[in-house]
Design a protein around this ligand. Structure first.
Ligand code: NAG
Ligand code: NAG
Ligand code: NAG
Ligand code: NAG
Ligand code: NAG
Length: 393
């Protein structure tokens, strides 16, 4: 009797094991079928309405006769919805009195006489640069700075503003020191310590992380590492941003207590220009035109700044189509506006009738082709297109 029930037991166990093996193989097979891009827990999503909708959009995008880019279904993006908050830009009425006062003080710094003098000297340097090439790649000019093409991963936090800023700051420190310093700058410090910058819901003003660099200084990534969860997709859905996994309190020491908390500072920071002016803010382009007149365009000033001082931050409108971008020269073509986004610009080029900027995104190298993209300047001239940067001490 005993042996017999044991035998049943083993048979049932074996059967169960077999079922489990088949299940695993089945799910693995399905995920392989879909290019290995979809994990097991997303399997049920294939049949959802949002999946069908996204697949339809990707199909339509690739059938457009005039398209300059290739779309591929991004499984992380199929449940994206119109975020109903224009931009990861926090609205004005929710501002506390303390924050309001601080932002006014920051405006004072940007428009103050100290920055004015720096701005004048800066645009004089740019005005003396001879000729803008038709193509430019920062890595060709500064090969010693390997961080130029490094792709970050913001994970489950609307921290593109911090990611793009620290990426530009690290590159510009490398360039200014001719490759002697190659720091990775901390984004987590900006998110946890700069109360006027914003947070995982985005930023009020993408210049604020640069102002924090000027005012308070930023430490390195090894001292203050990025601990926000990055396992929620590329990009993660805004629903994962709050409550944020891996967000802590502002620290005053390095994670490794033996490392010194060394802050790196900016000499001055600035908004370069907007290709389409939507808000009235002081820009370097205004300083340029007040000194020299309009003998260059705002785009030309952006290019001069990039080729002289290094990469710049671009903030632009993200449409649903962008989430499914794979390669080519991105143009909106179709889709809803989902939110605004900031990325790093490292160069420009053209392809027949389309002139574009080379951009590095912060959605990990898994997004698109190696995490980078090309964006059509025609699109940037029609939608939000704000450029920011600063100069290290
Ligand atoms: C906030 O509101 C004030 C007045 O209510 C306005 O002057 C200011 O431009 C607004 N700021 C932003 C960033 O929208
Ligand atoms: C971020 O945005 C979400 C959704 O709008 C909101 O529920 C949450 O309170 C916001 N958090 C902060 C800190 O602003
Ligand atoms: C614009 O004018 C300034 C001042 O006259 C001059 O130095 C600069 O070379 C001009 N730039 C172009 C592109 O013509
Ligand atoms: C392509 O054509 C569509 C439909 O006519 C239009 O909406 C879109 O702006 C065009 N895109 C480009 C890049 O010309
Ligand atoms: C893309 O990544 C591959 C391997 O990671 C690398 O060899 C290649 O140079 C990258 N391409 C670009 C355009 O960065």
């Amino acid at each position: 009797m005993r042996n017999r029930s044991l035998c049943y037991f083993i048979t049932i166990l074996l059967l169960l094991l077999l079922v489990v093996v088949f299940l695993i193989l089945g799910i693995w097979g399905i995920s392989q079928w879909f290019g290995g891009e979809i994990s097991d827990n997303q399997a049920d999503v294939f049949y959802s309405e949002s999946y069908k909708r996204a697949a339809e959009i990707v199909k339509k995008l690739n059938l457009l006769p005039n398209s300059t880019w290739e779309a591929r279904l991004n499984p992380s993006a199929i449940e994206i919805e119109n975020q109903d908050r224009s931009s990861f830009v926090i609205s004005n009425d929710s501002l506390g009195a303390e924050l309001q006062t601080k932002l006014e003080e920051l405006d004072g710094i940007v428009e103050g006489s100290e920055f004015r003098e720096h701005y004048k000297r800066h645009v004089k340097i740019l005005s003396s640069v001879e000729g803008i090439p038709t193509e430019f790649h920062a890595s060709d000019k500064w090969p010693e700075c390997t961080s130029l093409t490094e792709v970050l991963d913001q994970g489950g936090c609307g921290s593109c503003w911090a990611m793009a800023a620290v990426s530009v700051i690290g590159d510009r420190m490398c360039i200014a020191s001719s490759g002697l310093r190659r720091p990775k700058i901390s984004a987590q410090q900006l998110i946890e310590c700069c109360y006027y910058c914003g947070g995982c819901n985005g930023t009020m003003d993408p210049l604020t992380p640069f102002i924090y660099w000027f005012e308070s200084g930023i430490v390195t990534e090894s001292c203050y590492p990025y601990t926000i969860a990055t396992d929620c997709g590329y990009p993660c859905l805004p629903e994962t941003f709050y409550p944020t996994k891996g967000l802590g309190k502002c620290r005053k020491n390095c994670v490794n207590r033996r490392e010194r908390f060394i802050r790196n500072y900016a000499k001055y920071v600035y908004k370069i220009a907007s290709l389409k002016v939507l808000v009235n803010q002081a820009t370097l382009y205004d300083v340029y035109t007040s000194l020299f007149g309009k003998n260059i365009t705002s785009l030309e000033l952006v290019k001069l700044d990039l080729m002289t001082f290094g990469p710049v931050v671009l903030c632009f409108n993200v449409f649903e189509s962008f989430l499914h971008y794979y390669q080519g020269i991105y143009n909106k073509n179709m889709g809803i506006h989902v939110y605004d986004h900031c990325v790093k610009i490292i160069g420009w080029n053209h392809d027949g009738s389309h002139e574009y900027l080379l951009a590095v995104n912060s959605w990990s190298p898994k997004w698109a082709f190696n995490g980078t993209f090309k964006i059509d300047l025609e699109m940037l001239h029609n939608f939000r297109s704000d450029f920011y940067a600063g100069v290290p001490i």
